[in-house]
Write a protein that binds this ligand. Structure first.
Ligand code: HEM
Length: 139
């Protein structure tokens, strides 16, 4: 069980590395005056990073479900709340995927400031989910 938990955490770090870095790339990509060549490079980086981030997400969820079914079923309330937050995080992940496509067709549609604000969202999820998983509060 501890091995599975260890891999759950390792892939969670991979997932979050992408969730933090993708909107950063979006900030640079959407800045005015980016040349066509740089824009093409950003597109390639964003696409590749999104693939790696998605792999991290799938493996985190896979190992998490293994833990859930194997040792934590039926889930206590803190874990149910955590799963609700994970659903929100997956929605955010999907949004980033849509923005990768959007930046290819219309890079100037949203401002760099929009992506800077977006960049703060995963921090909130990370703090809430890790606090729930580690402290296991009895509500
Ligand atoms: C569908 C997705 C997920 C499922 C089903 C899931 C399920 C679980 C389960 C059953 C455990 C074992 C309970 C425990 O030992 O505390 C666990 C541990 C943990 N999870 Fe997840 N999890 C998911 C996603 C995440 C995400 C996105 C994060 C981070 C943001 C995360 C962070 C952790 C951490 C840090 C632990 C270790 C807690 C400890 O040992 O004190 N999990 N997860």
């Amino acid at each position: 069980m501890l091995w599975i938990k260890a891999f759950h955490i390792i892939f969670m770090v991979t997932w979050f590395a992408g969730l933090f870095y993708l909107p950063r790339l979006f900030v640079y990509h959407s800045e005015p005056g980016v040349s066509a060549e740089s824009a093409r490079r950003f597109e390639v980086m964003e696409k590749r990073l999104f693939v790696i981030t998605t792999l991290g997400a799938l493996l985190t969820v896979g190992f998490g479900l293994w833990l859930l079914v194997g040792w934590f079923w039926p889930p206590p309330l803190w874990l149910e709340i955590k799963l609700g937050l994970v659903a929100g995080l997956i929605a955010y992940h999907i949004l980033l995927g849509c923005l990768v496509k959007d930046l290819r067709t219309a890079p100037a549609r949203r401002s760099p400031a929009f992506y800077r604000v977006l960049n703060e969202v995963p921090t909130l999820f990370l703090i809430a989910i890790v606090l729930l998983a580690v402290l296991r509060p009895a509500f």
